[in-house]
Design a protein around this ligand. Structure first.
Ligand SMILES: Cc1cc2nc3c(=O)[nH]c(=O)nc-3n(C[C@H](O)[C@H](O)[C@H](O)COP(=O)(O)OP(=O)(O)OC[C@H]3O[C@@H](n4cnc5c(N)ncnc54)[C@H](O)[C@@H]3O)c2cc1C
Length: 419
């Protein structure tokens, strides 16, 4: 097995929000990032990539550009030997060990799956860029299927879209995709007057439970005014290829069930032998150091991070928190360690084109202003000026041109050569 050392002695596992920012902020101290992809996904813009408002390539930031002083090793960490201070990494070219002086674990989260009959076979996830592109293509295919449907029953089924989980990801994805379908319908004359049915369900008592009640109520009103059928205190019981059964006893004919019902810490944490809580999150102290591992730190969605600004409460899985934790950790790795402390400045979400909600520094915005504040905030947070400009160009283009409705599921699956 080949051996190598981490650049500057710091090895960062995971190139997402948390890991990518730690490596970026370490600057000339250097770091080696281990990541299966060569980019960081800017998840808050994923719904817009799914609806086609943004080019999928523009919602990712290449790690080599984002962290020019760091080294990137494309692969997956599969073992940590904390005694000998090395990590085993599987790459396309084989397995190698990378030795480190300081280890940063930032493996994020995966979709939380539940043992619901048919979920794995028939529901679609919404966590990664391939998920977003697949969902877009799937929705456009449903329009094609509805267009050529031989019965009204089949047409209604193809135009019914069920989202399970009314957190940010579910609400924003539903809002963006319903805009896409509304715009695309003009190209399907046979579907003129056909009814679309968008359903949003959640086990909780209200949608967007994370945000202040007034804004959450506004979001619910906006979605309801657009005809979204919101059902709270409702869960998914089972999924089939063309129907879903809910806990309220209803059976919804649909070919689209999107699962956005939360995340759980990356199960790789357990395989790496790290100390975990009962939710699989890595246990860290207030300096973000992993309990019992003096040379290792963890942060982001995959860690249980105590926050001095919110005693007794651990950080929620958001990129805002991952980014602040990364700032603290980069400083702690470069100088005398100080406890992590961050008070959230606000929360923002879009509800499709020109509508949004924002709660920033105690000021609350909704409607067009909420949408504008949300977009400005994300533009500010997105790393790299070139990426910001590309996104602004996409947004501007979407103001003047109609949406593209090409369905490109064949991308990435070229035809094989040969007879
Ligand atoms: C659709 C969606 C919308 C969201 N919208 C918002 C929002 O609007 N606002 C907000 O604050 N938060 C939002 N979030 C949450 C936000 O994305 C996360 O909190 C944030 O990404 C956490 O950062 P992280 O680095 O811990 O994890 P990630 O960003 O998920 O990064 C983890 C990285 O680890 C890599 N990895 C996994 N296994 C291995 C391995 N074995 N070896 C090496 N690398 C590995 C992964 O490929 C990934 O790059 C959203 C999430 C989703 C899914």
């Amino acid at each position: 097995m080949a051996n190598r050392g981490a650049l500057g002695g710091t090895l960062v596992l995971g190139g997402g929000f948390a890991g990518g920012y730690v490596a970026r902020l370490l600057g000339k101290r250097g770091a080696t990032i281990v990541s299966p992809e060569n980019f960081m996904l800017y998840t808050p813009m994923l719904p817009e990539a799914a609806s086609g408002t943004l080019e999928p390539r523009h919602v990712v930031v290449p790690l080599r550009q984002m962290c020019p002083r760091a080294e990137l090793l494309l692969g997956r960490a599969t073992e940590v030997d904390s005694g000998n201070r090395h990590v085993v990494v599987e790459t396309e070219d084989g397995t190698l060990t990378v030795s480190y002086e300081r280890l940063v674990v930032a493996l994020g989260a995966v979709s939380r799956s539940l043992p619901i009959p048919g979920l794995g076979e028939h529901a679609l996830g919404f966590k990664t860029l391939p998920d977003a592109i697949h969902l877009r293509n799937h929705v456009l295919r449903r329009l094609e299927a509805a267009d050529s449907a031989t019965s009204e029953e089949q047409r209604n089924r193809e135009l019914t879209f069920l989202f399970v989980g009314a957190g940010y990801a579910g609400v924003e994805a539903l809002a963006e995709l319903s805009d896409l379908v509304r715009d695309a319908m003009r190209y399907y004359p046979a579907l003129r007057g056909a009814t679309q049915h968008w359903v949003l369900i959640d086990a909780a008592a209200k949608i967007l439970p994370e945000i202040p009640t007034r804004l959450g109520d506004y979001a619910a009103q906006q979605l309801a005014a657009r005809g979204v059928d919101i059902r709270v205190r409702t869960t998914l019981e089972s999924v089939e290829a063309h129907a879903a059964t809910l806990s309220d006893g209803s059976r919804i004919p649909t070919s689209t069930v999107v699962w956005t019902a939360g995340v759980r810490a990356n199960p790789m944490n357990e395989r790496l032998g790290l100390p975990l809580d009962d939710r699989g999150r890595v246990l860290v102290d207030s300096n973000l150091r992993i309990e019992g591992m003096p040379h290792a730190w963890a942060l982001g969605d995959g860690a249980r991070v105590p926050n001095e600004a919110t005693p007794g409460q651990f950080d929620p899985p958001t990129c805002q928190h991952a980014l602040r934790q990364a700032r603290r950790l980069a400083k702690n790795l470069s100088g005398p360690p100080r406890p992590y402390r961050y008070r959230m400045l606000g929360q923002v979400a879009t509800l499709g084109r020109y509508k949004g909600i924002a709660d920033v520094l105690g000021l609350r915005f909704r409607g067009f202003l909420g949408w504008f504040v949300t977009r400005s905030y994300h533009l500010y947070q997105l790393p790299l000026l070139t990426r910001k400009l590309r996104v602004v160009v996409d947004w501007t283009t979407s103001l003047f041109f109609r949406r593209d409705i090409a369905e490109l599921s064949m991308l990435g699956h070229p035809e094989r050569l040969g007879p």
